[in-house]
Every structure is written in structure tokens, then in C-alpha cells.
Design a protein around this ligand. Structure first.
Ligand code: UDX
Length: 472
């Protein structure tokens, strides 16, 4: 398999195509001329600006430019590929929360009516189990109508990229999962991935298991974060430190130390969407998934609790109050605001009559925010391209840390003159940093950092135990 065509030049399609082009001839098909032109301009070195933001993507596209051909023409896209990778969007249907498979079906129809040779089709988009079989039917029917001699096997190859580290994830993934039911296609695709990855990284499965593995992984990670956020609330109540608790938990190799950071909830395009999609899918099949349902609800609780803490600190009245928000992307280094908890908190502050001054090091994140909140911009919402740019314009503000960017790991009070409170949505400040702030007269609220905020009353706790936990 030397020739690969990607359908869809979105985030997943383009990053993966850039990587595969290091070893194979790649065609990137997208009917959107604007995307094609943008890719061409980057390949030619005319601009560094793409419609998606991912560190290292532009450089990799240029490095592998000999092997990359963007096109908006189906004939070109389907002239040669032995392997076709579908990476078209599957946005949620607003009324139901189901992934919209319309674009995948359209892609399958297009392939079926143009393809004249044998090929394997792999679905990379995040889809419910059964989708590959459905596309297999569509393709079979369409090839028949077109009178094509081509035989096509359809399988699943879910993507596990995390935004901001996609290029490294592609180079050295934890695993490459490929689901195919046809043995010959399995062998060919396995050989293809062996040109890029070690044997131990590649897992060949049946189609349905591969399809489910993406949702299963994301739901597990989301559940893990919600679990830690639940415990963080208990830490506040008993005066414990969630960071110490999770460190202790993580030292058990059965648990592991990753993805145990407490905060004001998870965001992004994957965890919220995929957990909802999995829950909705299972509900439709009358399969109960109470833990996934709880993880989804728990994430909202984590954000609400954080906002409630801000409100409580101002006695419920934010009218005319000034906030500085550092980091609006759903995590550091991204322009993606989808399900960003920082944006949710900001929305509540604006609704309550506060003014919010936003800095995010990613220019695209600021641009997206300005577009989404156009009506508040310049009145109650202001954006800045430097971290302390708003300092001369605000008086005794509170600072909200909205994501894990390294720039936010220390707070310099001097440019502001004084700071009222730091609300740390992702617990990025070290204990030393917090103590220094407190010594400078700044209050601190993290998530589950009871030892630092002294939120629990030890005598009350002891009295509670004496009252309820002594028999006789
Ligand atoms: C995630 C998965 O990591 C990736 O494997 C999958 O393919 C897509 O979904 P992504 O959404 O890009 O990737 O970002 P990730 O780094 O996983 O963070 C998701 C959210 O969880 C962010 O809001 C982050 O701040 C939050 N998070 C992560 C925590 O609150 N605590 C943690 O310990 C880790």
C-alpha cells in the first residue's frame, strides 16, 4: 500500500496525512476549496497560517511536501489509492446528541461511484459501533450501481490524538488500533502500519471492538478526571490536599499517575462529546451505563462548584467586579474553545454583571472568543495579547487561571498593584507559589486544596466524628 487518500482535511485528517506522507504518497481530498488552497499555500511556503492550530503541523507538511497532494476533485482522489482513510466530521446532531454520520455516508457514496480498483477503506472519524458495516453496505451498493469491478473492505482505525501533542502522538502513539473482519485486508493494512510503527504498537481486532475502543478510552479518562474532581470536593471539606491524595494513588502502578489532575472539569472536542455520544448510543440500545452517565453529570458539578466558589467569595454579587482570565482554550496550547470550562465560567461572570479581561497565549483562541462573544466585546469583555496587558486598566481584580499553560504557573502581583483572589481552575500553582501569594495578601481558591485554603474546620470535623462515630 503505497498510495493513501485521506477524505477530509480537518484536524484529524490533515495531521495524520502529514505524518503518513513521511513514508507514503498521500492525497488529501476535501471538497472545501478554501482548505485546499490554504494547504497549497503552506506547502509552497507562502504562509505559515492554516485553518487549524497544531504545533509542528506546518513544519511537517513542508518537510513531506513531495508526498502530499491536496485536491478537491474526486477523480484525482480516487485514481490510485490502495488505502482510503475517512476522516470527515461527525458533529453531534443537536436534538439527539448522536454523531451525524451523513458526511461519512456521502464519502462512501462518492467512493463507490468513482473507484475502479480494489482498496481498503478505514474509518478514522469517531463513530458508534456498526458504522463501518453501514458504510460497507453503502459502498457495496454504490459500486454495483456504477458497475465497478472494485472490491472494498471497510474497517475502523480510531484516532487517539490529543490536541497540542498530535504530532508526537502520531510519531510514537501508545497504540494503533485497526479493526477489519476481512483476513486479507487485515494482512495488507498490518503491513502498511508496520512501515511506520513497531509490532508491539499495532493491535488488529474485529471491526466492532476497534470502533468501541475510542469511546471506551475517552470515557475511562473522563470518568477518572470526574472521580478525582469528586474527591477534591471532599478534600476541601476535610482540609486535605487532592494533589497529595492523587500522588499517593498514582504510586500504585495499578492506578498510575497520569490524568489525575483535579480541576474545574474537563473540556474539549473529545471527552464531553464522546462520553455523551457513548451514553446516548447505549441508552438507545437499552444498555445501562451508569458510570459514564455519572461522569458526564459530575463534570458539570465540578464547573458549577468552581463558579459557586467565586460567587460565594463575592457574597453572590458580581456587578461591576473585575476579573482577569488567563487561558480560555479548553487546555493549554490550543485555540479550541469547545466545551471549555473557562469559557463556561466566563459566561456566568458576564451574565452576573462582571467585566472580564482575557489573555490567552494562543492568538486563535482569543480570536475565537472574540467571535463567540461579539456582543460583549469592548463593553464587558476585553482581550489582550500579553499576560499583564490589562494590569494598568484594572483595579484590585481577581485572577482566574483557566488552563494548564506554563505561563500561568506563577502570578506576579506587582503590575496589578494588588490582586484580590486567585481562582485556580486547574490547580497549576505550586504550594510555594500559593503561600507567597497569601503572604502578599492575595486569597487563593484551587480545587480540592484544603490544606492551602484552610476551608475545613478541624474542630467541626472532630466534633462530627465524636458525635456519629462512637458507639458506647
Ligand atoms: C483527549 C484524549 O487525551 C485523546 O487521547 C483523544 O484522542 C481525544 O481526547 P484532548 O481532548 O485533546 O485529548 O485533550 P486532553 O489532554 O486529554 O485533555 C482533555 C481535558 O481534560 C482538558 O480540559 C484537560 O484540562 C482535562 N484534564 C486532563 C484534566 O482536567 N485533568 C487531567 O488530569 C487531564
Amino acid at each position: 500500500m503505497q498510495n493513501v487518500t485521506f477524505f477530509g482535511a480537518g484536524y484529524v485528517g490533515l495531521t495524520t496525512a502529514a505524518h503518513v506522507a513521511g513514508t507514503h504518497k498521500v492525497v488529501v481530498y476535501d471538497p472545501d476549496e478554501v482548505k485546499r488552497t490554504a494547504i497549497e499555500a503552506v506547502l509552497e511556503g507562502d504562509t505559515d497560517h492554516l485553518y487549524i492550530h497544531e504545533a509542528g503541523l506546518v513544519e511537517l507538511l513542508r518537510k513531506n511536501k513531495r508526498n502530499i497532494h491536496p485536491t478537491s476533485t474526486l477523480d484525482e482522489a480516487l485514481e490510485k489509492p490502495e488505502l482510503i482513510i475517512l476522516a470527515v466530521g461527525t458533529p453531534s446532531i443537536p436534538e439527539t446528541g448522536h454523531a451525524n454520520l451523513k458526511y461519512l455516508v456521502e464519502a462512501a457514496q462518492a467512493i463507490g461511484s468513482h473507484l475502479l480498483h480494489d482498496a481498503v477503506v478505514l474509518v478514522k472519524s469517531t463513530v458508534p459501533p456498526g458504522t463501518s458495516s453501514m458504510l460497507d453496505d453503502v459502498l457495496f451498493e454504490q459500486l454495483g450501481i456504477a458497475g465497478s469491478p472494485a472490491r472494498v473492505a471497510v474497517g475502523a482505525c480510531p484516532e487517539f490524538l490529543a490536541e497540542g501533542t498530535a504530532m508526537a502522538d502520531l510519531r510514537t502513539p501508545y497504540r494503533v488500533v485497526v479493526g477489519l473482519d476481512d483476513p486479507q485486508a487485515q494482512r495488507e493494512v498490518h503491513r502498511f502500519f508496520r512501515t511506520m510503527y513497531g509490532e508491539g504498537t499495532i493491535l488488529m481486532t474485529d471491526v466492532a471492538s476497534a470502533e468501541l475502543s475510542k469511546h471506551a478510552s475517552n470515557a475511562m479518562l473522563a470518568t477518572r478526571i470526574t472521580f478525582v474532581n469528586d474527591l477534591a470536593r471532599l478534600c476541601e471539606a476535610v482540609g486535605a490536599d487532592i494533589k497529595a491524595v492523587t500522588r499517593a494513588m498514582g504510586m500504585d502502578p495499578r492506578i498510575g499517575s497520569k490524568f489525575l489532575n483535579a480541576g474545574f472539569g474537563y473540556g474539549g472536542s473529545c471527552f464531553p462529546k464522546d462520553t455523551r455520544a457513548l451514553a446516548t448510543f447505549a441508552r438507545g440500545l437499552h444498555v445501562p451505563l451508569p458510570i459514564v452517565e455519572a461522569a458526564i453529570a459530575g463534570n458539570e458539578v465540578a464547573t458549577e462548584r468552581f463558579t459557586q466558589n467565586i460567587l460565594a467569595s463575592y457574597n453572590g454579587d458580581l456587578t461591576g467586579e473585575q476579573f482577569v482570565l488567563w487561558g480560555v482554550g479548553f487546555k493549554a496550547g490550543t485555540d479550541d474553545l469547545r466545551d471549555s470550562r473557562a469559557v463556561e465560567v466566563m459566561r456566568t461572570l458576564l451574565e452576573r454583571g462582571a467585566t472580564v479581561h482575557v489573555y490567552d497565549p494562543v492568538a486563535g483562541a482569543r480570536r475565537n472568543l472574540e467571535e463567540d462573544f461579539e456582543s460583549a466585546l469592548g463593553h464587558h469583555l476585553f482581550t489582550y495579547d500579553s499576560q499583564y496587558g490589562m494590569a494598568p486598566l484594572v483595579d484590585h481584580p481577581s485572577i482566574i487561571i483557566g488552563n494548564e499553560d506554563n505561563q500561568f504557573r506563577s502570578v506576579d502581583v506587582a503590575p496589578f498593584g494588588s490582586v484580590r483572589t486567585v481562582f485556580d481552575g486547574k490547580n497549576v500553582l505550586s504550594a510555594e507559589e500559593v503561600l507567597a501569594l497569601q503572604e502578599a495578601g492575595v486569597q487563593y481558591h484551587g480545587v480540592g486544596r484544603g490544606t492551602l485554603t484552610g476551608s475545613a474546620s478541624r474542630p467541626d470535623l472532630v466534633a462530627y466524628l465524636r458525635h456519629h462515630y462512637m458507639d458506647g
